[in-house]
Write a protein that binds this ligand. Structure first.
Ligand code: ADP
Ligand code: MG
Length: 242
């Protein structure tokens, strides 16, 4: 059973104005693993993630979660039925809800259970002391921690993250990356993380899928991709790790 990928996409295609911005992308994310979809700006990463989330329609291709077909040409599970959590750059907290309200937002079931889950997650992200605070009272890093707790609350089978750290200042970013990774690993959540920074992928990924011009050009362990890039362009891309 553990050989079944948490997420598998096969030959995903999407065109805008006749241009294939996602051009036959296939990749897998195994349970408990972090896979980074890494590539330069404009190569089609966000479009790929949006199709997996179900907020963008693919032209063709298949999306599988835990061995179940979620979406192809004929069959389509709506976004909320996919067991997918989202953390996007522009997915702000709800300003009118407290920290507890934000984290509880996607939870169903009894109030007592929801409260227990909220407390558990705020503990994990180190935000217990701020449970009754409102978003405007929090720093950027603190808001990020709450956003992570909110996304994890319904226990998604897989978490999709689109450049979630790019809004943070440099001093904070490394710490938040490490903390986020710790929380995700502790929850056992599989992750597909989009980034254009090779350094971020090297730091966070169990597996890297390297994307260019709408295609995956190489997928493998970070160490292998770094040491044996598929071509000169891949080597050059990795050379400016800071
Ligand atoms: P990335 O996330 O890797 O920077 P995107 O997936 O956002 O790339 O975009 C890939 C390409 O598709 C870009 O050239 C972008 O301009 C184009 N694109 C994305 N969404 C749309 C859209 N809704 N309509 C037209 N073009 C789009
Ligand atoms: Mg993008």
């Amino acid at each position: 059973m553990t050989d079944t990928p948490r997420l598998e996409i096969r030959n995903l295609v999407r065109s805008f104005s006749g241009r294939r911005v996602v051009d036959g992308v296939s990749l897998t994310v195994m349970p408990g693993q972090v896979t980074c979809l890494l590539g330069p700006s404009g190569c089609g990463k966000s479009t790929t993630l949006r199709m997996i989330a179900g907020i963008e329609k693919q032209d063709s291709g298949e999306i599988w979660v835990d061995g179940q077909l979620i979406c192809d040409g004929t069959h389509r599970v709506p976004p909320e039925g996919r067991g997918i959590g989202l953390m996007f750059q522009d997915f702000a907290l709800f300003p009118h809800l407290s920290v507890a309200g934000n984290v509880a937002y996607g939870l169903t079931g009894s109030a007592r259970k929801a409260r227990a889950r909220v407390e558990e997650l705020l503990q994990k992200v180190g935000m217990s002391a701020h449970i009754d605070a409102y978003p405007h009272e929090l720093s950027g890093g603190e808001q990020q921690r709450v956003a992570l707790a909110r996304a994890l609350a319904p226990r998604p089978r897989i978490m999709l993250m689109d450049e979630p750290f790019s809004g943070l200042d440099d001093r904070l970013r490394d710490d938040i990356r490490d903390e986020t990774l710790d929380v995700l690993k502790a929850e056992g959540t599989a992750v597909l993380l989009v980034t254009h920074e090779p350094g971020e992928a090297m730091r966070m990924a169990d597996e890297i899928a390297l994307m260019r011009d709408g295609k995956i050009v190489q997928q493998g362990a970070p160490y292998n991709i770094y040491n044996a890039p598929v071509d000169k362009a891949a080597a050059a891309f990795f050379s400016d790790i800071n």
